[in-house]
Design a protein around this ligand. Structure first.
Ligand code: UDP
Length: 329
């Protein structure tokens, strides 16, 4: 029995892959390496190609006995999604249609899927429960919502069992020290702040300090990749045990402002770096904090590594040992 990890060379995918292997599962990876890194896959069999390539997927499903698919393969930059909506619909939604078709051809009926807090848009209530209105403010969130609805209708029509996991802000690096966050270009706050602490960036820009929050900067719910990985294990087990489909937020229920992240980074790294206030970034809600009650109650998930110190210390260890990331770009 194997688990197919689509997008297993990417940031969250590789952290989940590492946890699945540590838990004793045989894993197979498909990744086109457009954004992922070969070194992040380790020793697992890697098929380099796109999940929309039917011939490739037929080969993967024929060569391995796949019981469940974990689907991380997607483009995930909000800003880019606003400039390139066709790319996002193609990469995210169309490719997922193709993946589900391949799964159907090979009678694989279980999938764990990476969704996002971006499906909510500007929330009415914080912390955000799963049943909150879904009104994405960007193309990225819209494609994730469309993928969720696709899973739902495939569940109704074909009996597909799926678990959709809505990540809040994925952050941190594996305690193994082997994998971490490496995007090109880098757009995420924590790696940018740590690169400034390393002196690799001149300064950190705070995107707006006039939000209705205590210090005026945006508040996000940062969730450690180790906690995301444990949730994926629980989700895969749930499907394998026949316990049915579900949609769950993955967040810590704890918000940190941009300034709090910068302060925590100064403390963890022991380094100072220049900070400037820049204009707001389009489409940024002021506060995004998850309610994680459902995941705790129904999956038995306990996020244990998502305090600022653990996130920043693990990310700092990775950035310090891998100043050029995986060094393949
Ligand atoms: N942010 C910032 N400066 C940066 C990058 C991000 O102030 O250089 C802010 C951004 O506006 C948001 C928060 O940091 O409020 C987290 O942004 P990130 O891009 O890491 O994740 P997102 O919330 O977009 O998924």
């Amino acid at each position: 029995m194997s688990i197919l990890v689509c997008g297993g060379a990417g940031y969250v995918g590789s952290h989940c892959l590492e946890a699945l292997k540590a838990a004793g599962y045989d894993c197979v990876v498909v990744d086109d390496l457009s954004r992922g890194h070969r070194a992040a896959v380790g020793e697992s069999p890697l098929y380099v190609g796109n999940i929309a390539d039917d011939a490739l997927m037929d080969r993967v499903f024929r060569e391995h006995h796949i019981e469940v698919v974990l689907h991380f393969a997607a483009a995930s930059q909000v800003g880019e999604s606003m400039k390139e909506p066709l790319l996002y619909y193609e990469n995210n939604l169309c490719a997922t249609v193709a993946l589900l078709r391949s799964m159907r051809r090979h009678e694989v009926g279980r999938i764990v899927f990476s969704s996002s807090a971006a499906v909510y848009g500007e929330p009415d209530t914080v912390p955000i429960p799963e049943e909150s209105p879904k009104a994405p403010t960007n193309t990225y969130g819209e494609t994730k919502l469309a993928m969720e609805r696709l899973m739902h209708w495939c569940h109704v029509a074909y009996g597909l069992e799926y678990v959709s996991l809505r990540y809040f802000n994925a952050a941190g690096a594996s305690p193994s020290g082997i994998i971490g966050e490496d995007h090109t270009p880098e757009t995420h706050l924590i790696p940018l702040v740590l690169q400034a602490a390393q002196g690799r960036r001149e300064k950190v820009s705070i995107f707006g300090d006039d939000y209705p929050t205590p210090d005026g900067t945006c508040i996000r719910d940062y969730i450690h990749t180790s906690d995301l990985a444990s949730a994926h294990l629980l989700a895969a087990r749930r499907l394998l045990a026949g316990e049915g489909s579900g949609i769950f937020n993955l967040g810590s229920e704890h918000g940190l402002s941009v300034r709090q992240i910068i302060d925590a980074a100064r403390k963890v790294t022991g380094r100072d770096f220049p900070v400037e206030v820049a204009p707001r970034r389009a489409g940024d809600p002021a506060v995004l904090i998850a309610s994680n009650r459902k995941a705790r109650e129904e999956l038995g998930w306990v996020p244990a590594h998502s305090d600022a110190e653990s996130i920043l210390a693990s990310a700092w260890a990775w950035h310090s040992s891998h100043p050029d990331g995986f060094g393949d770009r």
